[in-house]
Design a protein around this ligand. Structure first.
Ligand code: NAD
Ligand code: TYD
Length: 337
């Protein structure tokens, strides 16, 4: 592998992965194709943007022409590009279908035409749906609950079909909840950490007893690198960390690290269709991968990063506030008109 097309490389996991790969492989080239949606941020890669082995292309993975241009010269593809926030998918699912399904189709088509050596598609443990006990194996049926996870399921089924039908060298990972530096402050960990730094309250959905398996993003990147190099073509790998925590315990741990009190917790209305628990069996994923961070270690690093990088997330939160003010001014609720 000499030249990888990374899609969605300006997002959270994608940017950590680009940095990890350039550091680890001195001769590797990376092209990053990213549409720079609200979640894409070139500040995530400021430290490597001048590296001669790195090239950025702004564009949509649904756009055949730009995908063809970006994939030119690449011998592998790693697809992170996606709409990723469950709550947004509940309000408006159309973009999720476009990027998470049609976008995968466009990438697969171009990769097939170019005969790339590896096509790693990043999927999610959410495609299995919820289970209260035990662990999902890669062979278990899919039962996604949200428009986000359904679209992700559609995308990965499509990618797998390209292996079966066209011998496209597809590998799929189903990852659990990632956390770490550069995560957009709409997901639980960065939203809560940044709100608390600002002395704002944190909205816990429902009873806060939902369980997620928290995977520190640096461990995730090492795991993905391993699957990319050593995974068996056509196979699916659950990528979890066995750091299972109730949301309320994650909240308490963040409060403790920041020295804040429980008065900042607000229980709010639950998310519709909220999955109770995600949990995957990771035996197949081993491939020599050993996680380096337990939940507490990962969380300490993460909180420290957000404390030390206020300008990064304050710029994002300012944009969110400007957008909300603009919407409030121009789009009044119907009854107010
Ligand atoms: P993110 O939302 O932080 O980043 C997504 C990136 O994709 C952004 O840079 C965005 O600009 C880009 N993008 C979106 N639509 C695009 C399009 N049409 N064309 C090109 N670029 C586009 O996401 P993330 O949390 O880094 O997740 C990356 C991948 O990992 C996703 O496929 C997601 O489903 C999967 N995943 C994430 C988690 C998690 O906990 N974050 C867990 C399991 C799987
Ligand atoms: P999230 O980070 O959105 O990831 P996902 O929905 O993909 O698991 O949410 C993680 C958990 O935290 C999930 O059970 C929903 C919950 N949650 C809250 O309680 N409050 C919040 O403000 C958010 C964003 C999430």
């Amino acid at each position: 592998m000499n030249h990888i097309l990374v899609t969605g490389g300006a997002g959270f996991i994608g940017s950590n992965f680009v940095r990890h790969m350039l550091k680890k492989y001195p001769h590797l080239k990376i092209t990053n194709l990213d549409a720079l949606t609200y979640a894409g941020n070139l500040d995530n890669l400021k430290d490597i943007e001048k590296d001669p082995r790195y090239r950025f292309v702004q564009g949509d993975i649904c756009d055949e022409k730009i995908v063809a241009e970006a994939m030119d010269g690449c011998d592998a593809v790693v697809n992170f590009a996606a709409e990723t926030h469950v709550d947004r998918s509940i309000h408006a699912g159309d973009l999720f279908v476009m990027t998470n399904v049609k976008g995968v189709y466009v990438l697969c088509e171009e990769a097939r035409r170019r005969k790339v050596q590896r096509f790693l598609h990043i999927s999610t443990d959410e495609v299995y749906g919820s289970r209260l006990e035990g662990y999902f194996k890669e062979t278990d049926p899919l039962s996604p609950s949200s428009p986000y996870s359904s679209a992700k399921a559609g995308g990965e089924l499509l990618a797998r079909s390209y292996f079966v039908t066209y011998d496209l060298p597809v590998l799929i990972t189903r990852s659990s909840n990632n956390f770490g530096p550069f995560q957009y402050p709409e997901k639980l960990v960065p939203l809560f950490v940044t709100n608390l730094i600002e002395n704002k309250s944190v909205p816990v959905y429902g009873d806060g007893k939902q369980v997620r398996d928290w995977l520190f993003v640096e461990d995730q990147c090492e795991g993905l690198d391993l699957v990319l190099h050593k995974g068996e073509l056509g196979e699916i790998y659950n990528c979890g960390s066995h750091n299972e925590e109730f949301n309320i315990d994650v909240t308490m741990a963040i409060l403790k690290l920041l020295g804040k009190g429980t008065d900042l917790i607000t229980y709010v209305q639950d998310r519709p269709g909220h999955d109770r628990r995600y949990a995957v069996d990771t035996d197949k994923f081993k491939l020599g991968w050993v996680k380096k961070h337990n939940f507490q270690q990962g969380l300490e690093k993460t909180v420290k990063w957000y404390v030390e990088n206020e300008q990064w997330w304050r710029a994002i939160k300012q944009k969110q506030a400007d957008y909300k003010a603009w919407m409030d001014k121009h789009y009044k609720p119907l009854e107010a008109k």
